[in-house]
Design a protein around this ligand. Sequence first.
Ligand SMILES: NC(=O)C1=CN([C@@H]2O[C@H](COP(=O)(O)OP(=O)(O)OC[C@H]3O[C@@H](n4cnc5c(N)ncnc54)[C@H](O)[C@@H]3O)[C@@H](O)[C@H]2O)C=CC1
Ligand SMILES: CC(=O)C(=O)O
Ligand SMILES: [Mg+2]
Length: 473
Amino acid sequence: MRGQTSGIHTIILRLEMEPNIAFIQIANAIHETGGEIVAVDTVSRSKIVSVRDITVSVPNTENEAELINGIGKVPGVKIMNISDRTFLMHIGGKLEVNSRVPIKNRDDLSHVYTPGVARVCMALHEDPAKAYSLTIKRNTVAVVTDGTAVLGLGDIGPIAAMPVMEGKAMLFKEMAGIDSFPICINTKDTEEIIKIVKSIAPVFGGINLEDISSPRCFEIEERLLRELDIPVFHDDQHGTAVVMLAGLINALKIVGKDMAEIKVVFSGIGAAGVACTKMLIEAGVKHIVGATRSAGILHRGENYDNPMFEWYSQHTNPDSITGSLSDAMNDADVFIGLSGPNVIDAEDLKKMARDPIVFAMANPIPEILPEVAEPFVRVMATGRSDYPNQLNNVLCFPGIFRGALDCQATKINEEMKLAAAYAIASIVGEDELNEQYIIPSVFNTRVVEIVRKKVIQAAMESGVARKIPHEFA
Ligand SMILES: NC(=O)C1=CN([C@@H]2O[C@H](COP(=O)(O)OP(=O)(O)OC[C@H]3O[C@@H](n4cnc5c(N)ncnc54)[C@H](O)[C@@H]3O)[C@@H](O)[C@H]2O)C=CC1
Ligand SMILES: CC(=O)C(=O)O
Ligand SMILES: [Mg+2]
């Protein structure tokens, strides 16, 4: 069984072993504590001692402690070092900045820097639009957070948010060739965040807002959208909504149900939950019910302090049902979780209508683990990479920004988001579609290109493209 703590967790144990030790003793000690040997490398070997690196995947941190304890008890084996592969990959950070033009001599220097650079500065002073051809603006996106809703970890602050933001920047680069940089801001004040983002905007071709908690994230995005002329995209809202819709389009084909007929239950009415709800309403879903831990099912009969709960209660739950999340699950066709770990159980799934679809998308621990849910559901998806059907906004943000940057869109509008959702769904062919494959892999190299094309088309048709890429001319 895969662990709840953080998905695949790999450690490398450096062991010093006396020559008479049978490796099977070590393998047994690992196996007994739930570990799985991934690789064995011999570092050195002599008549007295041999040193080996054993790479082991462990289900969770408790098993790791047990495993180390177990190996420590094998006679003639000494643990020399334990390294955690995840941490090793973070040493020194995950990003660096490279220059695109070599500086080999004085002449190069005088072109890329002073005095030559001054002429370029003046050209930009006369015509700021040239920033798209003469600076990094054309291909650079800021990944902006205040660290208040980092994955499902909550308000862990801007420093602790950095590994996620560096990760997002890596994904922009690896998947779509977009340069991006983490901007982790040390304030939670809405006005201050808006002011900072507006101040840094000249450098960037787009702003990807990330892991900013609700309801502040809605105002921050709305204001920036109005006040900036470059795309501003809150990934946790719209990237998630695009990918969720893509998954649902395909899951509904499997169960033979229609958007207009289904009943959808949401857990978690935050940034992602609200945006996904809006997207489903746009896609024609009529029957949506949302529930939160504190307020239960949101309904018209109640007044809520949270403005988004108020909006939600007015725009969903047409039958004004009341009760808990568990009550909402009665006869639901689809459950969408964008909240926290283990909020539903098998009993809740048993109450659902035929062929339940469950998207338990909370990271890193879903609302219900697939191994618990699978006996009771037809289609199961999570946000994680270690289960089938990964519904994660990484399928959207690289391609949607690639498209927006390539046509110098002033914004990423609803038309572009819907186009991205249908583009992602279309990658899974009718002959390939099945319960375990409703959404393309994040490593499917066609995703970015297809999303890019459809997004550019939608931008052109909806009048927000400032440039027509040559293949569309
Ligand atoms: N798979 C994906 O691509 C994505 C997944 N997510 C996940 O969705 C969740 C929510 O993210 P955001 O909407 O950005 O955060 P948010 O802070 O805006 O909203 C969180 C919502 O979930 C509720 N919640 C939090 N912990 C809960 C718990 N233990 N039990 C029940 N309800 C709980 C909160 O009350 C709030 O309504 C996170 O776990 C996040 O990792 C978010 C974006 C993308
Ligand atoms: C995937 C993502 O953006 C999140 O869980 O916050
Ligand atoms: Mg996020």
